[in-house]
Design a protein around this ligand. Sequence first.
Ligand SMILES: Nc1ncnc2c1ncn2[C@@H]1O[C@H](COP(=O)(O)OP(=O)(O)OP(=O)(O)O)[C@@H](O)[C@H]1O
Ligand code: NI
Length: 393
Amino acid sequence: MSSEPLLRVENLKTQFFTEAGTVRAVDGLSFEVREGEIVGLVGESGAGKSVASMSIMGLVEAPGEIVAGEITYKGETIFGLEEGPDGELRKRDDALSDEEIRTRIRGNEIAVIFQDPMESLNPVFTVGGQLREFIELNRGLGEDEAKAAAIDMLREVGIPDPEERYEEYPHQFSGGMRQRVLIAMALACEPSLIIADEPTTALDVTVEGQILDLVDDLQAKYGTSFIWVTHDLGVVAEICDRVNVMYLGEIVEQAPVDELFYDTKHPYTNALLDSIPRPDRTVTELEAIEGVMPEAITPPSGCRFHPRCPDAREVCKRVHPEAKVVDDAGGEPHRAACVQHDAFDVGYDESPPLEGVAGGVSTVRDEGSGDSGADSELAANPTGDDSGGGSRE
Ligand SMILES: Nc1ncnc2c1ncn2[C@@H]1O[C@H](COP(=O)(O)OP(=O)(O)OP(=O)(O)O)[C@@H](O)[C@H]1O
Ligand code: NI
């Protein structure tokens, strides 16, 4: 690869030290974002998408901690660990300080948009006032200039009558309009990267579609890169260039968006695809993925998806696969963490199918079967019982 990516995340591990145990929320994440790209982070609730986003922003709070990995942004190390003289982990000398991240990176270089605009907007101040103040602080503009810039931004994100709306309070805006305000705020400092954490999840589909179109337009105009966090592959299809599918803190598949949809390499991605609405299927045919995602405190041995995987074999209980290149998609690596691919060579083909788990059961349940015995069994005891002999690292 000739040019350095905008953001590079390598082997990132973020854990929460709770009374119940250590939550391995992000467990060895590696991906990159190139200039002008929209990169998806997709997976079910609890996959670690938000914790990954917070880690990149330097916003992980106790009892959470980044325990491994390196994050590089524009060639600069914004996070990195090394072993100190007593073997303890400490921040590397060349990594930015918290102060530098707060003043130089957050907002100016990397901005974030969260799902709930009411958490980011103060209900007692006008929308315009908040946007103006943000621009004043971050761009060093005077009050009048900042106000003009704020009104321009409101217009830019498609808010009608921006001069009048400037004087209104957040509760006077609809959900979609509030989300547009947050996009305006994120764009206001012309950051190179915006991390959007499910910003359209709470909106109805029509409004969601409008916001996605807006982001597409703004992305083309400003060349801003995005990390788009979502549980919805439909959203991914609409705006992402490349996708990372996450399961229990790990990336299980990584590919350009068309490759992911048309040449899916991981059974979990397949299951996610089966669970999105499609015009050719009725609602009763549409099914959620069987079972529930296990807790990140005690992830299953071997492949973490094996207790829910229709393709699982004995070997999947033992071998923990790291995502490997399984296909070359026109010069773009297509990675998957599944031992059924030749790249793994651990004897998947000879390994007997697993009994008592999802092996051989279709991901799409029969209509009306509801919570049948078989399904509940799949959901039960997802951690399995063989903790010995695993090559989990
Ligand atoms: N403050 C915390 N303390 C303990 N565990 C936490 C904390 N924050 C997150 N976790 C755990 O980290 C894991 C990953 O959570 P995260 O919020 O990143 O998931 P997510 O993929 O963003 O899910 P969602 O789609 O629900 O937003 C989960 O198991 C969650 O319970
Ligand atoms: Ni989240």
